[in-house]
Write a new protein. Structure first.
Length: 141
């Protein structure tokens, strides 16, 4: 099973991952479970289990164009401080824990939505970029 998870919260720019999931709900994605999680912390591990592939979508504070979607490599994720949660235990930490426990699915990817400097609201999502990046992850094309 493929699980696509939008990580976020109902507040400000942190809603970006949720907005991506809401957009994808209107797309024709076969064999994909779409999930929105509110700052899951270590609870993310429950959503990694029993999946063959997981794609995480989360807000990314970076110099990229606001709304643009970028694939974050596993190597970069391990070094990625932009995804470290202000709540102390974010996506990066949850994936590191899952790795230590041997609970990572065979394929785990992260799409970061660049949120820019305005943290009061989510950026206008580049849906073309989102769909293209997800298509590459799901089909290799």
């Amino acid at each position: 099973m493929i699980r696509v998870i939008g990580v976020g919260s109902p507040f400000g720019a942190d809603r970006a991952g949720w907005l991506a999931i809401e957009h994808l709900q209107g797309c024709q994605l076969e064999d994909c479970e779409l999930v929105k999680l509110d700052r899951p912390g270590s609870g993310l591990l429950n959503y990694l289990r029993d999946a063959d592939q997981v794609v995480l979508i989360d807000a990314l504070k970076s110099a990229g164009r606001a709304g643009e979607v970028s694939l974050i490599s596993r190597e970069a994720l391990a070094q990625c401080h932009e995804l470290t949660s202000s709540h102390g235990f974010g996506v990066s930490e949850a994936l590191a824990l899952a790795n230590q426990l041997g609970e990572l699915p065979p394929q785990v990817s992260l799409l970061g939505i660049h949120v820019g400097d305005d943290q009061n609201g989510p950026p206008s999502l580049d849906v073309v970029s989102l769909e293209q990046q997800l298509q590459i992850l799901l089909t290799g094309k």
